[in-house]
Design a protein around this ligand. Structure first.
Ligand SMILES: Cc1cc2nc3c(=O)[nH]c(=O)nc-3n(C[C@H](O)[C@H](O)[C@H](O)COP(=O)(O)O)c2cc1C
Length: 479
């Protein structure tokens, strides 16, 4: 008996070995790569009881015109909004990063999770089970809320303190994605910015790896009970000094003055021009650009693009984030864009001001110059086509001025604002058949001069957008 089981196991091993050598197999991810493809759930949730999410959200969005259409006649609206925002869209079989959603994420690691409270135990969105999974350590909360929290340790430890800003940029991206999802399904949400650990403790997330959550109340005016702030120095140090620093900076939000919960919508600009498309197509097509054969980076083609692609991007970038405080922070976030080969716009650097792009440094060649300052160079294993992009956007801030005026918590808020703008640019690009790649890889000092930034101005995030040269093999994962 044991001999035959051993033979079976050995046969499976030999078959896997033979299969792995078949034609084209090297282009497919290994099971380990698939398992690594997206963030593990909070501890204990993977095996916990779960409520299945509704099916057919994509079909509803297929009947909804981009950008002005809204879904009619649907049930389970908050869950469908979560699926529109964070649900799986496609697997890309020739991309080193396997899983893709309607929002970008560093190496498709998805450090930000969405939580839903209000019926029974708090639950976390588990896109792989197409379900909301119970959180074992969570308190029962009768208010219907969606919370977004980022797990810093999901990003590789060698990213050091960058894990903080990247995760918080992704919180801003996730907030815009959620706002768009709620707007599409006609659900009102009110955002409360984090001021204390209480909401994290309520979710049972006590392990010192998580950002404070952004809370969106779905019923009534909303106001999560503020818990007492964590006093400075109270947190026991972890074994990772850069994680301690990330947590301390994130908790500086406790010093922010409490704000009234702010309506999350509108997040979709009315005037965004587009081809004749459905929302399902736009969410499906959102991408950061690709390379063939499992190579990293992106390849683009320089093409004259219509005015609407940049006018639409401007409209998406100009939608203010929710609430007075984030809007005050947004006044400090400068949006600068280097443009070429775009109808209706002069080549050169422009600045967003009063909802319009104004020429800032006119002249050809800005994108070729910027490619020299981009960290992931063109190489045998990596594509880089900044010089062939249509536009490269930069969100930047004079951080001394920001913190002097709005306090230390404003640094994290500036990441949310840059993320909010970025997700708008990504959706607009998809609507115009363009890729849009968020990147932290430009040399922040080197780009100051070509962009005309101040010497004390820091780039928070950039977005490279252009015509893709390679579209890859997508596998449809939508439900
Ligand atoms: C905050 C943030 C920073 C990123 N930084 C970079 C970067 O520096 N270089 C890069 O090539 N891609 C960067 N990306 C893009 C991701 O690698 C990309 O979203 C991921 O591979 C998934 O691909 P997709 O967006 O096409 O679904 C970044 C994404 C985010 C959200």
């Amino acid at each position: 008996m044991s001999t035959s089981m051993t033979t079976d196991a050995l046969s499976r091993r030999v078959l896997r070995y033979a299969h792995a050598q078949g034609t084209g197999r090297s282009q497919f991810p290994t099971p380990a790569q698939v398992a690594e493809a997206s963030g593990p759930l909070p501890d204990g949730a993977a095996g916990a009881d779960a409520v299945t999410l509704p099916y057919g959200t994509t079909e509803l969005l297929e009947r909804t015109a981009f950008p002005a259409g809204r879904v009619a006649g649907a049930d389970r609206l908050p869950e469908r909004a979560l699926l529109a925002a964070f649900g799986l869209q496609r697997a890309e079989l020739t991309n080193p990063y396997f899983e893709h959603r309607a929002l970008p994420s560093v190496r498709s690691l998805f450090p930000v999770h969405a939580f839903l409270t209000g019926e029974g135990p708090a639950r976390v969105l588990d896109v792989h089970r197409h379900a909301l999974a119970e959180l074992p350590g969570a308190a029962r909360d009768t208010a219907r809320r969606i919370l977004l929290a980022g797990r810093y340790t999901r990003l590789p430890a060698f990213y050091g303190p960058l894990r903080g800003t990247l995760t918080e940029l992704e919180l801003g991206i996730s907030l815009r994605a959620l706002a768009v999802g709620l707007e599409l399904f006609g659900v009102r949400g009110r955002l409360t910015l984090p001021t204390a650990e209480g909401a994290l403790t309520d979710l049972g997330l006590t392990d010192g790896e998580w950002s404070l959550p952004l809370t969106v109340d779905l019923d009534g005016p909303g106001r999560p009970e503020p818990a007492p702030p964590t006093a400075d120095g109270e947190r026991p140090p972890t074994a990772d000094p850069s994680l301690d620093e990330i947590l301390a900076v994130n908790r500086a939000q406790a010093a922010l003055a409490p704000q009234e919960p702010a309506l999350l919508t509108p997040a979709i600009p009315r005037e965004a021009a587009a081809r004749d498309l459905s929302w399902a197509e736009v969410l499906w097509e959102r991408g950061s650009g690709r390379m063939p054969r499992g190579l990293t980076g992106m390849a683009g083609r320089l093409r004259q693009v219509p005015e609407g692609s940049l006018a639409g991007a401007t409209a998406w970038a100009a939608v203010p984030p929710p609430g007075e405080l984030l809007r005050r922070v947004a006044e400090h976030v400068n949006v600068t864009v280097a443009v070429q080969a775009t109808d209706g716009f002069e080549d050169g650097v422009h600045r967003l001001s009063g909802g319009r792009l104004l020429p800032h440094r006119p002249g050809a060649g800005a994108l070729a110059a910027l490619e020299r300052d981009y960290g992931y160079k063109l190489a045998p294993g990596n594509g880089c086509d900044v010089r062939h992009a249509s536009a490269v956007w930069f969100c930047s801030v004079r951080q001394h001025e920001l913190i002097a005026e709005l306090g230390p918590g404003a640094w994290t808020l500036a990441q949310y604002v840059a993320g909010w703008i970025t997700q708008g640019l990504c959706l607009n690009a998809a609507a115009h058949g363009l890729y849009a790649r968020p990147a932290r890889a430009f040399d922040g000092l080197a780009v100051q001069r070509p962009l005309g930034l101040a010497p004390d101005e820091t780039v928070l995030l950039s977005v490279i957008s252009g015509t893709p040269r390679f579209n890859g093999l997508p596998l449809d994962l939508r439900l």
